[in-house]
Design a protein around this ligand. Structure first.
Ligand code: OXD
Length: 309
């Protein structure tokens, strides 16, 4: 009985190597090994197409390589009894917060403008934006959203947070539900999306919602690409309503070479690197999930398949 790594488009070799270290004798295969399907008890994957899982009749657990498991949940042949687990890395919230703070300061402290001036040996000082022009609004107040919100408090930027149901975060002005979304958006000069992908959040960043941000606002998306209607963002950037965007996630990853995000002067596009769980953490949590499944124990890292996270 074995673990199968199907991490495409992520390379399988580093996951397989870490699993072999963690699995203490449980065979670990990749798709290149063409394993006997009935021997596969656990699959480690980032995304999944329908029609694959039904080939593995003895599957006990499906493990995501990432913190989100949304790309594994939509398949038709995911058996009801198979738990789907995600990675919980204690460093992840901190790393994503670093990414968001770095991009916020890049935008609010005009770093691109000064780099351009430097390239022309031009000495010109611009006014520093006041804190009240840099109100941060974090959508999603789970562990990651809270880490992001907290990271801004010592920087002097006012911080707001929005979640589906009410949450209290010390030092953060919180808003909840659809009724309070307009008020939250109207106070977010830097809108940070750290939401999980669900049917409610798919397409949530669209012309209607983004146009409720203050003029000159910036968007930072570390949630999921499917939450953003990219052409709506492009129109608001081109029309001058929004000032910039940092995008780490895309509906299609990688975006095709002719996608406008690669070359837009107001966009910082990065290849889904805001946080990366270590291979060892991913492997250890996958092996633990398999052991728990074998022993009939609860899965603390299982996602709620109906909620989507
Ligand atoms: C994710 C990850 O789920 O990178 O986005 O872990």
């Amino acid at each position: 009985m074995a673990i199968l790594v199907l991490s495409n488009p992520l390379p399988s070799a580093p996951f397989a190597a870490a699993l072999r270290q963690a699995a203490h004798g449980i065979p670990v295969w990749t798709e290149l090994d063409n394993p006997p399907p009935e021997a596969v008890e656990a699959i480690l994957a980032w995304r999944m197409k329908s029609g694959i899982l039904s080939q593995y009749p003895n599957l006990r657990v499906l493990c995501s390589t990432g913190a989100g498991a949304d790309k594994l949940l939509g398949v038709d042949d995911l058996p009801e009894h198979v738990p789907v687990t995600r990675v919980v890395d204690p460093m992840q919230g901190m790393e994503i917060a670093q990414y968001v703070v770095a991009n916020t300061l890049h935008f609010t402290r005009d770093m691109a403008l000064y780099a351009e001036q430097q390239s022309r040996a031009k000495w010109e000082r611009h006014r520093v934006r006041t804190a009240m022009q840099c109100r941060v609004g974090v959508m999603g107040l789970g562990a990651v959203g809270q880490a992001i919100a907290r990271a801004f408090l010592p920087l002097g930027y006012p911080v707001g947070g929005w979640s589906r149901t009410p949450r209290m975060v010390p030092g953060v002005a919180t808003f909840a539900g659809n009724e309070e979304l307009p008020q939250f958006l109207s106070q977010a000069d830097i809108l940070v999306c750290a939401l999980p992908l669900t049917e409610e959040t798919r397409g949530l960043l669209n012309h209607h919602t983004l146009a409720q941000l203050p003029r000159g606002a910036f968007l930072i998306n570390v949630g999921r690409g499917e939450q953003l209607i990219e052409p709506d963002l492009q129109a608001l950037l081109d029309g001058g309503y929004l000032a910039g965007a940092a995008l780490d996630v895309f509906e299609r990853e990688p975006p095709p070479p002719d996608n406008w995000v690669w070359s837009h002067p107001k966009v910082v596009a990065t290849p889904h690197i805001a946080a990366q769980a270590s291979f060892d953490t991913v492997a250890q949590q996958c092996v633990d999930a398999l052991r728990r499944a074998r022993d009939g124990l609860p899965q603390p890292l299982a996602v709620n398949r109906h909620a989507g996270y």
